[in-house]
Design a protein around this ligand. Structure first.
Ligand SMILES: [Zn+2]
Length: 316
């Protein structure tokens, strides 16, 4: 009788614990949590291989400690490619992840078939954490979410896409970013950034002359010529697709930038052995530009505009 009573008390408690570790729920203050959204929604979310629920959901991570540790997030929806990302968490962290799912390979298009595009979501790097808008929107977040949306679009066009980062907060040096594109044999590398300053609008930068960094001179004259041609093809299509949502600031040489002015070219360009463009998608310190890019619709329009630019350079 006593044993039955004990089971009656303990069993519901055990079931309750199992339920909270396996399902999405509102996070308790002490544990870490990850809010996961996906496009489309309804995808299964796994944290380190454990099912936590379906998107959109908040996954509790009770194993987080005072020291930040990486957790593997996997998002799975039938008919779409598996999405894998990493998030670093310590106790009480509450982070958000957005997974833009891409259709499985057999449903992709042909216009970028055989092309390899390297997307570089700028920051954090050895140079900077990135800028922040007047309403708190961070450049590193915008670069990351637009990169994810652009990746999905380009894969749907048949391209192979390589990213220079596996999670939003990952820090990668500008040299390493260039080496990733070189190693991938990218047909084009797009470095995504948001500007700051007393201006507004979107601009395309390309290495207009060789630069010097740590004893290295680059890029080569032939890559400079390819970058110039790529910028001239990319920017008009990119600006047109923005449809006036963001002011068109035109095409500029790397040497017109602060770092490029000192080195001759941006660090990411100096080490590049593939055509590279740096896109300042907007000026985040400008309230109008920030209001545009912080909205999902603005981010989607930006990704579509970048895709239009890529198609103008590489499309068949
Ligand atoms: Zn930047």
């Amino acid at each position: 009788m006593k044993r039955c009573l004990l089971l009656a008390l303990v069993l519901p408690a055990l079931l309750c614990i199992a339920w909270t570790t396996l399902t999405c729920s509102t996070a308790a203050a002490a544990t870490a949590s990850v809010r996961v959204h996906s496009t489309p929604s309804g995808a299964k979310v796994f944290v380190n291989g454990y099912l936590k629920g379906r998107t959109p959901c908040t996954a509790r991570v009770s194993s987080a400690t005072a020291h930040r540790k990486p957790y593997k997030i996997t998002v799975i929806l039938p008919g779409y490619e598996k999405w894998v990302g990493t998030v670093t968490l310590k106790a009480s962290d509450a982070k958000t992840l957005e997974a833009t799912l891409t259709r499985a390979a057999e449903e992709t298009g042909e216009s970028l078939k055989g092309r390899i595009v390297c997307i570089d979501p700028g920051h954090p790097s050895e140079a900077s954490e990135g800028t922040t808008g007047p309403n708190g929107t961070t450049e590193v977040h915008i670069n990351w979410v637009v990169a994810a949306k652009l990746k999905a679009l380009l894969i749907a066009d048949g391209a192979k896409v390589v990213l220079t980062k596996t999670s939003e907060s990952q820090s990668v040096t500008n040299k390493q970013r260039a080496l990733i594109a070189n190693h991938a044999g990218a047909s084009l590398m797009l470095r995504l950034h948001c500007d700051s300053g007393p201006i507004d609008g979107a601009a395309t930068y390309y290495p207009d002359k060789q630069g010097h960094k740590d004893g290295v001179t680059g890029p080569s004259e032939s890559i400079i010529a390819k970058c110039r041609a790529a910028a001239k093809a990319f920017h008009p299509a990119f600006a047109a697709a923005l449809q006036g949502s963001i002011t068109d600031r035109g095409i500029h040489g790397d040497s017109a930038t602060l770092v490029g002015g000192k080195q001759g070219a941006l660090t990411g360009s100096i080490y590049s052995k593939v055509p590279v463009l740096t896109i300042e998608m907007c000026v985040l310190s400008n309230a109008h530009d920030e209001a545009f890019i912080r909205r999902q619709a603005g981010q989607t329009q930006m990704a579509k505009a970048l895709r239009a630019g890529v198609l103008a350079v590489l499309g068949r």
